[in-house]
Each structure stands twice: as structure tokens, then as C-alpha cells.
Design a protein around this ligand. Sequence first.
Ligand SMILES: [Zn+2]
Length: 457
Amino acid sequence: MSSQKKQVIKIKRIISSILCVVLLASLFASCGKGSGLQIFSADNELFATIKSDKAINKNENKAYLEIVVDEASEIISKSQNIEIKEARKALYKNKYKIYTAFDKKVSDNLLKSCDKKDDKFKVAAAITDLNANLVAVYSSKDGQKGTNFATKANRPCSALKPLSVYAPALDDGTVNWSSRYKDSPYKYVKNLEGVMRPWPSNANYVYSEKYAYIYQAIMESINTVAVKCLTDYGIMRSVSFLENSFGIPLEAEKTLAATNGEEEILGNIALGFLSNGVSCVDMAGYYQIFANGGKYEEPKAILKICDKKGNIVYEREHSQKQVIKDTTAEIMNRMLKEVVSPDGTGKAVSCKNFEVAGKTGTDEDYKNNWFVGITPEYSCAVWHDYYFENTAAKIFSDAMNEIYNAKEAYQKVFGYNAPVTQIAYCTESGKQFKQGCSFIKMGYYTQDKVPGICDRH
Ligand SMILES: [Zn+2]
């Protein structure tokens, strides 16, 4: 055989093996597309095809897909009146198409910012839009355990204060922007050694013994003021507010209060040391109210489910609940903006191109670290476990900057349109400024609930 012929045969063989590989690959691809559960993003792009729960583990959007499959199982279970387990099997078997609120760009940028921290601590995050659509989530990998930290409940600590204390107290007029409470112990309690100790302690273990305004108590996360404000509003009233507005499970707290008196749960409610905790997805959902005029709806990932023939078997119907007044939402939003100012506990947030408001939460010994923030378009909760400092605000800031940098068009500022007015108040009385007051500052108030004229000067 001539060397030329040999060459030709060799080339033919190469070509046929390439063809073979291409054919096999396309066969696999079509197989993958055609079988299993197909999951689409908000812009109708197929972003995952999964054949079993096991397959989810290999996907980079594992945390989001788990939520989708859980939600879908519940929907199918209800609509077909079958057990959740059966519904879960049916999902894969019947090859449903699930359309979700997943935003790939947002998710990729969230992943980029959170992934960097994964070697330092467990981190989780959830982002919703302002209409309760779950846009993206992140969860650190947890080896064999496979915990989804985005949906795992943890103590919210001070990140609960705006929901459990300030929003309801502002809403019914118990306090306003410049109401004052002394930063001093609320009471003295025996510690484990039997020594009387002041309670609650502030994060820095110092009491200023000065009066602090409500906006300042939020900005600096002053525990004493949160406790005093809650007792004025009513501990059990707050329990009802949290249950009725958001469905936060507080059975453990109610039992404790019924057994030992309501003061027993003062720390749980005022300082966020909840028995059962809340997740990142929960918190992102709750904080929407501070950016959408006070309306709550539980965040969901799924918008629509179709069967394999394309018939719609489920479509989400929104039902928002007005849980605080639009005026309260706007004033809270302005107070939460102070948190990310240079004097606030969330000063690590550095977003120049769009507005941010939010709240930190730090557990005893840094066991749980939170920042829950809102922008004109999103609500985002970030949590991480033990570290020597709370870096959740920094993670939030990095992620949001990436997300907004990648967006072509976005809202830069919060749209304020509730009947709220800005007036000058006397810094000594916290009431409306008049001739003779020495120092004044500006505060935000509901138009028909401005504080009275200063009675100190
Ligand atoms: Zn005055």
C-alpha cells in the first residue's frame, strides 16, 4: 500500500470517529433535553434539566433548584391530592416544565461574591424582587449533610428589630423618628454565678446613659432602646403582629410567655433571639415591605408549571397583604438608610450607584451574622456562621455592586410617594422645633402625625 493510500485511510478513520462522537454527543444532548424535569429562568431560558433529586447535587444552582423542586412537589401534591413523596416522583416521571423567577445574571454575580468566602465560613444569601419572586439564592456546600443554608433557620438577632419592634411601634404611633429613650439598662437580672447584672447589654457592653432617638437606635442597633420601645408597644402585640403579618412561627415563645410571663420573651422578640429562627429566604421576603410600600407576600420561585404537552397545570397568583402603612414603610426605609451611613452598623456597605437601606444582626460570640438590605429593585438577606467579625454587610455590598454593574437599566433611587413630611425637631425634646430651641435636626413623619411643639424651650 502506498503511503498516500495509508494517509487517506487514516484520515477517513479519523473523520468517521469524529462523526461517531458528534452523533453520540447529539444523541445524549437530545436525550438530556427530552427527559426529566425542565426548569426555565425568568427570561424563559432552559437552565436545568434534572432527572432525580441526586442530579440536583451536581448543579451549580443546587440551592435554587432544591427550592424549586420542594415548591413544585407541594403544588402537585395539592392539585392532585397525593402525598408529597408521590408528587416528587411524578415531577421527574411526567417531565414537567417549570418556569421560575430565576435570574441567571443576578445568580452568577451573587455566586461570585459568596464563593470567595466559602473557605472562611458557611455563607448563605437570598434575593427577591419587590413582588415576592425569588430571583437567586446561594448556599455554601455542606459535604455529605447537604444542608441548604439559604432555607435553614437561624436566629435573626438585631435584623429582626425593624420587623418586631420599630415597624409596628411606628405604625400605630407609639413612637416616631425622634422619640427618645435613655440608653441605660432596662432591668437587672441574676447571671449564672448569681450576680446581678444589667440587662440587656449593648454590642459594645457600654451604656451611654444618654437619650437616643429611634432613628439613632436603629442606626447604631442599641439594644436597650429596642427593649424599652417594645415594652411600650406591647410584647404580645408584637408576637401577634409577626404571626399575622409574616407567619413567623412563635409557638415556643408563646408557651414560654404563658408559663413564665411575657417578660421571659422580651429578648426573643426585641433582640431577635428567636427559638426557631428564620432563613435568608424568609428575611429577604420580610424586608420587601420596606421597599414596596408595606406589602408582604411569601417569596416563591415558581411562576408556572406546564405538563409535557405544554398545558398549564399551575400559574402563580399574587396576593400581597398590606402589613404596615405606606407611610411607615417609607419612614422605616429612611431610617434603615441611616444604618449604611458612616455612623451606622452597616457602614461596610459601599454602593455608589444606587440606594441601599438595611440592618445588621450579630449573635452572641458571632455565631450568626446577618445583613438584610433593600435596593430600589431587590431585597437581599445575607447570613454567615461563626467568624471573628460580622462581614455580611460587605458580602451584600460586593454582590449588589456586581449585580447592578451588570444591569443595563435599573432604578437608582427609592420611589417615595407616601404622605410623609420632613420637619425640624429640637434635639433636646425630640419634638417640633420652635424659636428658642438650641439645636435642631431633620426627621421624617407621617403628615398627620407630626410631633407637638417643643415643650423644653
Ligand atoms: Zn426645644
